[in-house]
Ligand binder design. Structure first.
Ligand code: HEM
Length: 315
């Protein structure tokens, strides 16, 4: 049987299995247009998503770089989800996906100068006022990456960790997530608009997502691998690399950019569009947000975000 005959036989089997007529589908093939790059990648739709609120050209840099970040966040979540849903996880599959996630976050951390060095200060100072009270803080995918990467306890505000355990309701844990500190007065419980707008939009989705990843996040999945494979140095280094790049390198690149654009000539800083006490809030040494704390020594944990050395990612 020739290759073509074999293909026709397979097509016949495929379509008849669902009560479809092969001839009709072949006619459709005859009539159909060729696929093009722009139809497949949806370039027209993609390139129509950059809408400025002002006429300052550098606002476009700001919008597009945020969008690039969101696309890479989506790529990270895509890989993590495959690990999370895998019922027969092998160390090879886990490592392959983890390396991908690590490479994506490397792109984010090493490209931040696009933002940090890429906008005119004057223009930024003008268009930023049209963005209040919004902030990158309200990126839902960024939060989902966190929920999908580690156990909830590691995302709880450092000050309240001891009061939260596995039996704590999700809604209570949610109120004590580290990022609540950007907009919540923990004494009165009052939240600023940055936070209330964010929660009105995503709280329900976050609670569902927290449950979904409670036992299927990267850290829980890593712990489910056979013990001898978990001590593989290459894998451990990849875990540490991801943790450090996401929670120190990216955060510090972001913090440095914020420091530059929000600095006032008198040495003080502007209030952020989101309104947080950002100089304190954003620093890793205060947040102590660490996805895989068990993979770091006590000394490394104590110095988290203080010593920004790359060598920290190597065992
Ligand atoms: C010049 C550019 C930027 C400045 C000045 C800046 C400033 C800030 C500030 C001050 C905050 C604290 C919350 C607030 O009060 O607004 C924040 C949070 C945040 N921003 Fe940016 N940002 C910039 C670029 C970006 C980019 C490109 C992204 C990528 C999506 C991003 C994502 C985030 C995220 C995820 C948070 C929350 C971080 C956390 O909770 O620890 N930012 N930003």
């Amino acid at each position: 049987m020739s290759k073509r005959e074999k293909l026709l036989e397979q097509l016949e089997a495929k379509f008849s299995a669902t009560g479809q007529d092969l001839d009709t589908h072949l006619e459709g093939l005859l009539a159909a247009n060729y696929i093009t790059y722009w139809d497949y990648i949806k370039t027209d739709a993609l390139l129509s998503l950059q809408q400025q609120r002002t006429s300052y050209p550098d606002e476009m840099v700001f919008i597009m770089y945020h969008q690039v970040n969101e696309l890479l966040f989506k790529m990270m979540l895509w890989e993590i989800e495959q690990v999370s849903k895998n019922q027969n996880l092998t160390v090879d599959f886990f490592a392959e996906k983890l390396y991908r996630v690590s490479r994506y976050v490397d792109v984010l951390a090493s490209s931040f100068e696009v933002m940090g060095d890429g906008m005119s200060m004057d223009q930024y100072q003008k268009f930023r006022h049209t963005l209040t009270p919004a902030s990158g803080f309200q990126s839902a995918q960024y939060r989902k990456i966190e929920f999908a990467s580690t156990e909830l306890i590691n995302l709880i505000d450092n000050r309240y960790r001891a009061t939260i355990d596995r039996n704590t309701p999700y809604s209570h844990a949610f109120e004590h997530l580290y990022w609540q500190a950007a907009g919540k007065d923990f004494v009165t419980g009052k939240k600023n608009m940055l936070l209330t707008n964010f929660e009105d939009k995503y709280r329900k989705d976050f609670l569902r997502f927290m449950k979904e990843y409670n036992e299927t996040n990267l850290w829980s999945k890593f712990k489910s691998l056979p013990e001898d494979t978990r001590s593989d140095v290459k894998l451990l280094n990849a875990m540490r690399h991801y943790d450090h790049t996401m929670n120190v390198r990216w955060v510090m690149a972001h913090y440095t950019a914020a420091g530059k654009y929000l600095a006032k000539p008198d040495g003080t800083v502007e209030e952020a569009t989101g309104g947080s006490d950002w100089r304190k809030y954003m620093l890793p040494k205060y947040q102590k947000r660490i996805f895989f704390p068990e993979l770091w020594s006590q000394d490394e944990l104590d110095n988290w975000g203080i010593d920004n050395l790359e060598s920290y990612t190597k065992l």
